[in-house]
Design a protein around this ligand. Structure first.
Ligand code: KIV
Ligand code: ZN
Length: 389
């Protein structure tokens, strides 16, 4: 089995969501949880962007001992110097530096040429190496960069000492096979990769971020950059929990991560709370409906044997149990199951009576909650008497 490193960027790329800015204390709380979760790298912030972010990276760098702590910078000397200062005293510091490599970025953002971009990569990586050993290069908009030029940019970074090559699909444009081919092209054509890790960094503009990251790994990437709950600019980043659980569920792929998966739900809740950003109910793995069953056919199956409609045991991701949600689409088996949970055992005939009453209530309400279940169980005898008349 091959280890896939998990690089969490909730506190940097994730925190770029409008209105979700975190203060230093919040970053420290979340970083401590991320370390407990077992992430290999925590991208703590962009130190040159504000004094607050500088201070967060600095304090986080002093506190976190097991995970690598990473600070972002552009391929600009002052950014790199400030990132290095923020990381002083850190047990495992990493500087993450880079520049746009697509024709679009070179022409419109930098008004530059490919040769000048290569020069800037060489200078930035060499400069970052003068501060720390672990330097990650990012080729912004690699998703739309021609593979030949991307390889030249990455080779320049390796030759200057980069330890990790980050291949961001910044605009979430790539198709999974295309992103996979990009990684495979780099893995096949770069020299000196023995001690260098290729990393995925996918955005979710087309809803393909997880699929692209997994294709990246299948094709040679050994690090995934991701965020809790998939938060991030626009449609977000690759979701950590989705990648980790995909790798875990598909052990035939031959990969593993060091993530302590029973902490996933708790971590998701913490990020949602600290950022004031709700998680969509149908979000894979951590959404409130991820282990909820509401249609009669599914409920009947899950009550008989959980695996009929669930591929993950909820306990594996820190969820107590699957839930049987009662709606007008639920059947007798689900009602009997929920009543039993309530301590109310019923005979077949009593169930018929309660079910009739249940359907009347369920047609009026979206969901039958504890209140209605209490009513049904407390009035079981009179409902049955009425039904039997
Ligand atoms: O999406 C991206 O290109 C990034 C880089 C700055 C790493 O977040
Ligand atoms: Zn990004």
């Amino acid at each position: 089995m091959t280890k896939i490193h998990i690089f969490d960027t909730t506190l940097r790329d994730g925190e770029q969501v409008p209105g979700c800015r975190l203060n230093k204390e919040q970053k420290l709380i979340l970083a401590t949880q991320l370390e407990k979760l077992g992430v290999d790298v925590i991208e703590a912030g962009f130190p040159v962007s504000s004094p607050g972010d500088f201070q967060s990276v600095r304090e986080l760098g002093q506190k976190i001992k097991k995970s690598t702590v990473c600070g972002l910078s552009r391929a600009v000397k002052n950014d790199i110097k400030v990132a290095a200062e923020a990381l002083e005293g850190c047990a495992r510091p990493r500087i993450h530096t880079g520049i746009g490599t697509s024709e679009n970025h070179i022409k419109y953002k930098f008004k530059s040429t490919e040769e000048q971009i290569l020069e800037r990569i060489k200078d930035a990586i060499s400069y970052a190496k003068s501060f720390v050993e672990d330097v990650e290069f990012y080729a912004e908009d690699a998703g739309r960069t021609r593979n030949e030029f991307l390889a030249r940019a990455c080779q320049t970074a390796i030759d200057a000492g980069a330890t990790v090559l980050n291949i961001p699909d910044t605009t979430g444009y790539c198709l999974p096979y295309e992103y996979g081919e990009k990684i495979a092209f780099l893995a096949a054509n770069l020299k000196g990769l023995q001690n260098v890790i290729i990393s995925t960094h996918c955005h979710n503009d087309l809803g393909l971020a997880t699929a692209n990251s997994i294709y990246g790994v299948i094709n040679g990437a050994r690090q995934i950059e991701c965020t809790i709950n998939g938060i991030g600019e626009r449609a977000g980043n690759t979701s950590l929990e989705e990648c980790v659980m995909t790798i875990k569920q598909h052990d035939e792929l031959g990969f593993y991560t060091d993530i302590n998966t029973p902490l996933l739900q708790e971590t998701s809740n913490m990020v949602s709370r600290e950022m004031g950003m709700i998680v969509q109910p149908n979000k894979a793995i951590v959404g409130s409906n991820a282990f909820a069953h509401s249609s009669g056919i599914h409920q009947d199956g899950v009550i008989k044997e959980r695996s009929t409609y669930e591929i993950i045991d909820p306990a594996e991701v820190g969820v107590d149990k699957s839930s049987i949600v009662l709606t007008a689409r639920s059947g007798r088996a689900a009602l009997a199951f929920r009543l039993k949970e309530f301590g109310c055992e019923v005979t077949k005939l009593e169930l018929d009576a309660l079910y009739e009453r249940f359907l009347q209530l369920a047609d009026e309400k979206k969901e039958i909650r504890e209140e209605e279940l209490t009513f049904l169980s407390e009035n079981k005898d009179s409902i049955y008497a009425e039904y039997s008349k």
